[in-house]
Design a protein around this ligand. Structure first.
Ligand SMILES: Cc1ncc(COP(=O)(O)O)c(C=O)c1O
Length: 393
């Protein structure tokens, strides 16, 4: 009996590696106890939200008995929330945004779906570099686009501009980039981004329509050693920023994200109308009420980045000491070391024998590597040292 579509059946069959590791982790924890397992499989921030979030939630609770306190709102979010967000993103990106240049969404994931829904014709191509955030392919496919992968430079995972140029066609409608990057921890330099923008501007002109550059930036706040994360909105009229408060406010389950458009884009009003309708008809209807109140109270605060920096250094020491080949992450909370022996699935299984949970790079279009998420307590990282050594032995 065809209870679900064949496409969905095969997606479940090929299901995400992250979920498989998550399930393997539950089993191991049941068998040996939580303290015997080192789980680096999930990018779910473990730090408590900053105090401003709790304060905003308590203040909101005082008014929850009023009519419409939790009611529907305009599809793009509350006007006051858009105003506050526009002021915040203006400062962050170095542009002048009005409330109408931003829209609130259900997470960055919702933002990406809303963007693809608003701009893709059937068969339009969306470029992404490899490796990439595992859900991009599904999001593009949800809106009848074709997901096209372009390799990055070996070892550094930097942008290979020649490969990107070669991949551009009249059907290319968008390119999605993510910096700081999940899973590699790469942060693109201004020079790389300027080179990219120049390619996309020329292609837009050739194609006679905008080739959008979607900047997926939920990790913007998390760049180490003072590294610069260049802003794209002032650089390119067809840049679209997609982001969220999932990581910087540890608010991942509350699903509050946003989109911001470049003020250099004269026709952005039309794009915003498309995004707003997409927010509604994709079934999100509007962004979460509570999340917007939390955002308003907590804009400008964030979790302690120093904690992530300390964990990065701790894990780097352990991996280097054991003899792994890896690039030190410049941002985000992931390592993406080379899988010893080259077979990432086989090596992740070896780590599993040591009760260490990692995700094979194949799940991110980056075979031959494995991903470790270090949004876990220092103690878990410290405890993994012997297991990492034994897996390599
Ligand atoms: C690169 C990247 N983009 C988007 C998302 C989705 O985040 P959100 O919780 O805001 O939907 C994630 C989540 O891990 C991510 O790593």
């Amino acid at each position: 009996m065809n209870v679900i579509s064949t496409q969905m059946s095969s997606s479940i069959e090929n299901g995400s590696w992250i979920r498989r590791m998550f399930e393997a982790g539950i089993q191991l924890k049941q068998q040996y106890g939580d303290d015997a397992v080192c789980d680096f499989s999930l990018g779910n921030p473990d730090m408590a939200p900053p105090p401003a979030v709790g304060k905003a939630l308590r203040a909101f609770a005082e008014h929850v008995d009023e009519p419409f306190s939790l009611g529907y709102m305009p599809n793009a979010g509350f006007g006051w929330a858009r105003e506050k967000l526009a002021a915040h993103v203006s400062k962050e990106q170095g542009v002048e945004l009005a409330a109408n240049d931003v829209i609130l969404t259900c997470g960055a994931a919702g933002a990406l779906n809303v963007i693809f829904k608003a701009v893709l014709e059937p068969g339009d191509e969306v470029l992404s570099v490899t490796p990439y955030f595992v859900e991009y392919g599904s999001y593009v496919d949800n809106h009848r686009g074709v997901f096209k992968k372009v390799p990055t430079l070996p070892d550094t995972f930097g942008l290979d501009l020649a490969a990107i140029e070669a991949a551009l066609t009249p059907k290319t409608r968008a390119m999605i980039i993510n910096s700081p990057h999940n899973p590699t921890g790469t942060v693109y330099t201004r020079e790389e981004l300027e080179g990219l923008v120049s390619l996309l501007a020329k292609a837009s002109e050739r194609n006679g329509r905008p080739l959008y550059l979607i900047a997926d930036e939920p990790y913007r706040f998390l760049a180490f050693d003072g590294v610069d994360v260049p802003s794209l909105l002032p650089m390119y009229p067809y840049a679209i920023l997609a982001s969220s408060f999932s990581k910087n406010l540890s608010l991942a389950g509350e699903r509050l994200g946003y989109i911001a458009l470049s003020p250099l884009f004269a026709e952005r009003g039309q794009l915003m109308a498309g995004l707003t309708l997409a927010n509604r008809i994709l079934g999100f209807v509007n962004p979460p009420v509570v999340g917007q109140h939390l955002m308003a109270g907590a804009l400008g605060s964030q979790v302690d980045v120093g904690v992530y920096a300390r964990r990065r250094d701790l894990m780097a020491g352990i991996l280097a000491d054991a003899g792994y080949d890896f690039q030190l992450p410049k941002g985000a909370f992931y390592f993406f070391p080379k899988a010893p022996g080259g077979d990432d699935v086989a090596f992740v299984n070896k780590l599993l024998e040591q009760r260490i949970l990692a995700v094979p790079g194949s799940g991110f279009g980056g075979p031959g590597h494995f991903r470790l998420a270090f949004c876990v307590e220092d103690e878990v990282i410290a405890r993994s040292a012997e297991g990492f050594k034994r897996a390599l032995a």
